[in-house]
Design a protein around this ligand. Structure first.
Ligand code: PLP
Length: 519
């Protein structure tokens, strides 16, 4: 079909309406070509990271209106092109804004494949090959954590995985919560770092415990939980009649990339009979590197772990694993309550199951129903998030992921050294991971004496430089406050396309955008 052949074509000329394959082929080919071009240009440093537009301007660029009449396919291709044109290029070598970055082409194809097949993960009947992939990957990830056995599930993001952890921890201590709810329980409290992820507070709200049930633990100068403060706050809560049920340790905090001391925390959990959950959404990937896995020393002592392959492992959103070392009973039957007493493992299934008989027929003859993962989940339909990860892991091997993680650390180290050396730049805290926090002092404030006036002015540099880079599309780096520190830049380094010259570029560009600022 000719290049313009889609002008006169409508969706009814595609499969399944038309048996002639040409139009479908041409349509799919043209969109694939667009996507391929997008991937190629994303890695070209002369491409803008974003062509930022105010929403009212953006609305004039893309025809959003939904009408009675269908559009022709040429228009649909055009809409795809426009969507790509105005999207943020998170794969770009100058994108450092978020905890995800880069484009893993194999994983991308895996995502394409998942949507093409379009099945759901809840039963082996539906998920077949993907259910087996999930089992295999979870087993691998558990072994890296140090869990000899256990269970797990892929969830739509780390926040969801943390909900699984909290729900399970509570259920393990008070199984009656499932049927009787919070009113049957003593007042619960849990503990997390003051720099921990906000999803913990959200989960406490959602699970009916309330955000006041989450007690924040002080952090040290690099952002790690102070074990002494944790122990003191557990004792304090107990003395006031609260029931401490869980500690959420963080491996790789979102802002500073700090790793909580797991062994010291595990000791305290053991002493008071609390569940230990590790939120390793961001930092879990260190387990793939022999050089850096010591940051999660003691991980095997946890009860459960959250780990997001859609962050450091570079798999497209969303891909998050929740894992527990507690095992599932192989068959659930109407005596399942007995499993609670006879078999203390198996909490994930027991905790979340509702035994929907239209999906999870216990008398299925065709296969082992323990492969029906759906009743472990708090969802019904569940997207195939596993194919992209499994395929990428196959393509890279363990060694490929190890290289990726080590490369990120090397780049972060290089950037840290440059920040130390350069005039006008200052490191905020010593990084443990690939989150590099730094200030840039424009010449106009550089020589002011330290004090509130200088801090106030420094505080304004982040938002101004950010506005500049977004408008220009030359770079995307986040900025924020943290504890007593005024606004600083938070660089997240892990795109594999990035080299040392790009690290220099970042500092050059921040300087270019900020050097003439006066307040
Ligand atoms: C990103 C992050 C989360 C949340 O993960 P989502 O997939 O964005 O929901 C939780 N905890 C930590 C430490 C994170 O960095």
């Amino acid at each position: 079909m000719a290049e313009n052949g889609l002008k006169n074509a409508k969706y009814t000329d595609l499969l399944p309406w038309s048996s002639a394959p040409e139009t479908t082929k041409s349509f799919v080919t043209r969109i694939c070509a667009l996507l391929l071009e997008y991937v190629e240009t994303t890695f070209d440093r002369s491409t803008k990271v974003v062509d930022f537009m105010q929403p009212e301007d953006l609305k004039t660029k893309i025809d959003l209106d939904l009408r009675d009449e269908p559009e022709n396919l040429d228009k649909i291709v055009d809409l795809c092109r426009t969507s790509l044109e105005y999207s943020v290029r998170s794969g770009h070598p100058y994108f450092f804004n978020q905890l995800f970055a880069g484009i893993d082409v194999v994983a991308l194809m895996g995502d394409f494949l998942s949507s093409t097949v379009n099945v759901s993960m809840y039963t082996y009947e539906m998920g077949s090959v993907f259910v087996l992939m999930e089992q295999e990957v979870l087993k691998k990830m558990r072994s890296l954590i140090g869990f000899e056995k256990g269970d797990g599930i892929f969830a739509p993001g780390g926040s969801m995985s943390n909900i699984y952890g909290m729900n399970l921890a509570r259920y393990k201590m008070f199984p009656e919560v499932k049927t009787k709810g919070m009113r049957a329980l003593p007042p619960l409290v849990m503990f997390t770092s003051e720099e921990g992820h906000y999803s913990v507070q959200k989960s406490a709200n959602l699970l009916g415990m309330g955000t006041d049930s989450v007690i924040a633990i002080s952090t040290d100068d690099v952002g790690r939980i102070v074990p002494g403060d944790l122990r003191a706050k557990v004792l304090d809560a107990k003395s006031k009649g609260y029931c401490p049920f869980m500690v959420n340790a963080t491996s790789g905090t979102t802002v500073r990339g700090a790793f909580d001391p797991l062994n010291a925390i595990a000791d305290i959990c053991q002493e008071f009979g609390m569940w230990l959950h590790i939120d390793a959404a961001w930092g879990g990937a260190v387990l793939l590197s022999r050089k850096h896995r010591h940051l999660m020393k003691g991980s095997h002592r946890a009860d459960s772990v959250t780990w997001n392959p859609h962050k450091m492992m570079g798999v497209p959103l969303q891909c998050s694993a929740f894992m527990t070392k507690h095992e599932v009973p192989f068959k659930i039957n109407r005596f399942s309550m007995y499993y609670l007493f006879l078999c203390p493992q198996g909490v994930l299934q027991e905790c979340n199951s509702a035994h929907a008989t239209y999906l999870f027929q216990k008398d299925k003859k065709q296969y082992d129903v323990s492969l029906d993962t759906g009743d472990k989940a708090i969802q019904c339909g569940r997207h195939v998030d596993i194919a992209k990860l499994w395929l990428s892991w196959k393509a890279r091997g363990n060694s490929g992921y190890e290289r990726k993680v080590n490369h990120a650390f090397e780049m972060a180290q290089y950037l840290t050294d440059q920040v130390r050396k350069r005039e006008g730049f200052q490191l905020v805290t010593e990084p443990e991971y690939v989150n590099i926090g730094f200030w840039y002092f424009p010449p106009s404030i550089r020589d002011l004496p330290d004090g509130p006036e200088k801090t106030q002015k420094l505080h304004k540099v982040g938002p101004e430089v950010k506005k500049g880079m977004t408008k220009k599309g030359s770079l995307l780096v986040g900025y924020q406050i943290c504890k007593e520190f005024c606004n600083y830049f938070r660089m997240i380094v892990h795109n594999e396309a990035v080299g040392k010259a790009d690290m220099d570029y970042v500092l050059d560009e921040v300087e270019r955008l900020g050097k003439d600022l006066k307040f």
